[in-house]
Design a protein around this ligand. Structure first.
Ligand SMILES: C[S@@+](CC[C@H](N)C(=O)[O-])C[C@H]1O[C@@H](n2cnc3c(N)ncnc32)[C@H](O)[C@@H]1O
Length: 390
């Protein structure tokens, strides 16, 4: 039995190590893969009648310019990868099975998209261009946290806040900067690797430059739309020695199982990342202390909705509100129609804007007593009358 478990642990470490090496390899392959896509476009161009090619001379030059931006994006990759080898040192250096040579590891099929998403998230979280998105999405959450835990009434260092689905960590960082004890959680290794670099190794404002939308070939007014660049970080990312800030790696549902730990869970553009959103709600409820508060902002763009072989459910917000109450929460605030964007190129011809929901829910004092939650919800509804939502 003991041997069996030890074998299983070894297998898990080997799998994790292999996955980690695949992520590094995918990062390394970014330039090659991206240039291959452009080569294909050049091939399509060169197959056109020669008259068309002449008329499209500028497009040909544009593709050359795009290549030089990809080169610049690729320059950033060895810097992050180098630091990644330090964070996950155990994974990088151990080789329990001896069967996975670094050179034999492949890339991840969805990997190029993941690298591109990280460049866009760098814009949202750590550039001055992302300030507007952060104002729309993060400020309502931060303002609510400040309202719930006023500095003159509580010692903020005692307030434990969790930000699941932290992306590149800006929201969690901003909360920690306000003296709360804050932990971000993220399961995307690409995000974790880059956030580790930004949070621990960026030393100067605007130290690096990336081209977040260089892979977006549609809806550009000119090639400059595609070549819009951002510099990051827009602020010094080191925190006071007294600050309590950490990031955890892993699936939110697996990492957080201990009940009654957090005073606040803050979710932004996260709850729709579940195939079964009810599991997210239950976990948030469990890990909150009695009287703890859950603050959420975002749309319901259910991530697993159109994925093959995924058992995804997509309840509307109306249904979700009922489930939130059934889980045991009391919904104290709810607003709809918050204009919010996610990693948008402000110059592109296509602009997505979400009418997000923002709500604040409390876990009632009597832990696990859903009846109390129901009662308090009824009282809250009665007081709100017809106008349930602001
Ligand atoms: C849409 S992004 C939002 C990121 C950030 N909160 C923001 O507003 O920019 C959702 C993030 O949640 C992460 N995520 C999704 N499911 C997760 C899970 N089960 N555990 C941890 N992180 C998860 C994704 O990798 C992604 O970085």
């Amino acid at each position: 039995m003991i041997n069996g478990n030890a074998k299983m642990d070894d297998d898990i470490v080997t799998q994790e190590r292999n996955y980690f090496l695949q992520v590094l390899k995918t990062f390394d392959n970014y330039k090659k893969q991206s240039l291959l896509r452009i080569e294909y476009k050049e091939k399509c161009l060169s197959a056109l009648p020669s008259q068309h090619q002449t008329w499209l001379e500028k497009y040909k030059n544009d593709l050359d310019n795009i290549k030089s931006c990809i080169d610049k994006n690729a320059d950033y990759i060895p810097i992050v990868v180098q630091h990644a080898k330090n964070i996950f040192e155990n994974l990088y250096t151990s080789d329990n099975s001896g069967s996975h040579q670094k050179s034999s590891v492949g890339t991840l099929s969805e990997g190029l998209d993941k690298v591109q998403s990280v460049f866009k998230q760098l814009m949202r979280d750590w550039s001055s261009l992302g300030a507007k998105e952060r104002e729309e999405c993060y400020s309502p959450v931060i303002n609510e946290i400040e309202l719930q835990f006023p500095e003159d009434k509580v010692d903020r260092r005692d307030i434990e806040i969790l930000v699941p689905g932290a992306g590149l960590g800006r929201l969690a960082f901003e909360i920690a900067k306000r003296k709360f004890n804050c932990q971000g959680n993220e399961f995307n290794m690409f995000m974790l690797i880059v956030s580790f670099h930004v949070l621990n190794h960026c030393k100067k404002i605007d130290e690096f430059e990336v081209f977040p939308w260089i892979h977006q070939y549609c809806n550009n007014l000119s090639v400059e739309t595609q070549m819009l660049s951002v510099r990051f970080p827009d602020i010094i990312t080191s925190l006071d020695k007294s600050s309590q800030f950490s990031m955890t790696a892993g699936d939110f549902l697996e990492v957080y199982t201990e009940p009654d730990v957090f005073d606040c869970v803050a979710t932004c553009f996260f709850i729709d990342c579940a195939s079964n959103i009810v599991e997210f709600l239950e976990t948030i409820y469990t890990i909150l202390k009695p009287n703890g508060v859950w603050i959420n902002l975002g749309p319901l763009l259910y991530h697993y909705s159109y994925m093959k072989n995924e058992k995804s459910i997509e309840p509307s917000f109306e249904v979700l509100c009922e489930v939130i109450k059934k889980v045991g929460f009391v919904m104290e605030k709810c607003q709809t129609g918050l204009k919010t964007r996610y990693c948008q190129n402000p110059q592109a011809m296509l602009q997505y804007e979400y009418d997000s929901v923002f709500f604040v829910c409390r876990k009632p004092m009597l832990n696990g007593n859903h009846f109390m939650g129901d009662l308090q919800n009824e009282i809250a509804d009665a007081f709100n009358g017809d106008k349930k939502w602001d």
